[in-house]
Design a protein around this ligand. Structure first.
Ligand SMILES: *Cc1c(COP(=O)(O)O)cnc(C)c1O
Length: 404
């Protein structure tokens, strides 16, 4: 690969595609597709069996699902090295069940990042608990422990960092990070409950779906109950705390789990190939001024669901990533009806703020500096990545010079 300055020099004489020049990238990248013959065959077998879901919502062996559900769960537990893996029909459902499984009361607070997908926070509201947004670290984009600390109140029950010190629970929304590691352990398995999304956009998928992981027997059982109409089976259960056993139908079917079994076998390879492409891209553009490539802290691995960049706002426009606290539902407090419930309720602390300014790092990234693109959107080759590198240099050769 050519070095940054040579490539910038070569690109200087070319006209930007925006201004009528020839584009660097002339073909459409093919869609990322993790499915193959293995999944087709597995689906075919389930179809032939005639049993597309075997769950029963009453107390019976099938309360825990059919053979593919149970086999996929056993394989996930084995892969992630946890006692329990529980499939759900989406990771949004998984998050709702995880929050419900904790021993929380309406008005209790859970600290969450605004730099995530909306379900991380709405899962809290489903139980009439209150999301409290803490700011993020500008390098890792993870929750900033100092900001978490400042947001802990007497009502806080769960968070994602420094939890031990305060005897709080941790739920990790590792939806986008299956097979990422922290000091040799899988992301998602370090807290009390974690999990992964199996929706169509993620590294591996079952169309829709999710997996909850935990080492805690009681939490696992409470998640399984919420997954499958808990209220109907509680009369037959003894010695179970029965608060928050508002049952849902969060069950995943046999077809999805048969696909999941095949997808899980491919996870390492798919993540490795994303990582290799992302590292090639990072190396190709890391010397461009005013651009920060993904930071990987010591002891961590990155699985590059997204390739996140920070860009000097003078150089180029940025694509935004929502800040959850700024969404209309939080600004207007309209989660349930129009009276401001649950924020307006007696059980809620009355000074919960979602004002712009509470998370300055996340807000600034969203407004000015963040540029991310999905590594699981297209099936990129090394030469595609090299074209993307060239395109960056072309934009930089023009924009940086113009802005200086
Ligand atoms: C995808 C995703 C979710 C939701 O997962 P679904 O399976 O689509 O419900 C939640 N949190 C994060 C961070 C995600 O990326």
């Amino acid at each position: 690969m050519t070095n940054t300055n040579e490539l910038l020099d070569a690109m200087r004489s070319e006209t930007l595609a925006l201004e009528g020049g020839a584009p660097v990238i002339t073909h459409e990248f093919p869609r990322y597709n993790s499915l193959g013959k293995e999944e087709q065959d597995a689906v075919q077998k389930v179809m032939e069996s005639g049993v597309l879901s075997q769950f029963l919502g009453c107390w019976h062996d099938d309360f825990y699902g059919g053979s593919k559900v149970q086999a996929f769960e056993a394989q996930c537990a084995d892969y992630f090295g946890v006692k329990h893996a529980i499939t759900v029909n989406s990771w949004t459902s998984g998050l709702i069940a995880a929050v419900g499984a904790l021993d929380i009361e309406p008005g209790d607070e859970i600290i969450v990042t605004p730099w995530t997908m909306c379900a991380s926070a709405t899962a809290i509201l489903h139980w009439n608990a209150i999301p409290v947004f803490a700011d993020i670290d500008p390098q890792t984009f993870n929750l900033d422990p100092e900001s978490v600390r400042r947001n802990i109140s007497e009502k806080t029950r769960a968070i994602i960092a420094i939890a031990d010190e305060f005897n709080l629970k941790i739920i990790s929304d590792t939806a986008q990070a299956p097979a990422a590691k922290y000091k040799g352990k899988w992301a998602g398995t370090l807290g009390d409950i974690g999990g992964y999304s199996l929706n169509y956009h993620k590294h591996i998928h079952t169309g829709e779906g999710g997996v909850v992981v935990t080492n805690d027997d009681a939490l696992a059982e409470r998640v399984r109950l919420i997954r499958n109409h808990a209220e109907a089976v509680l009369p037959d259960r003894e010695a179970m705390p029965i608060n928050n056993m508002l049952g849902y139908n969060f069950r995943l079917g046999e077809i999805e789990c048969a696909i999941g079994i095949e997808q899980l076998k491919k996870l390492n390879g798919l993540v490795e190939s994303r990582r290799a492409l992302a590292e090639r891209l990072a190396e190709g553009i890391c010397k461009l001024p005013g651009l920060s490539v993904p930071y990987v802290a010591d002891g961590n691995t990155h699985v590059y669901y997204v390739f996140p960049l920070l860009v000097d706002p003078d150089i180029t426009g940025v694509s935004q990533y929502q800040n959850l606290h700024l969404l209309p539902m939080y600004q207007q407090k309209t989660a349930y009806g129009s009276s401001g419930f649950p924020w307006s309720a007696d059980f809620t602390r009355q000074d919960i703020s979602y004002e712009k300014g509470i998370c300055p790092v996340a807000e600034d990234m969203n407004d000015r500096t963040y540029l991310g693109f999905g590594m699981c959107t297209y099936d990129l080759t090394e030469s595609d990545v090299d074209l993307i590198i060239q395109a960056f240099h072309k934009v930089w050769a023009h924009k940086v010079e113009m802005s200086r």
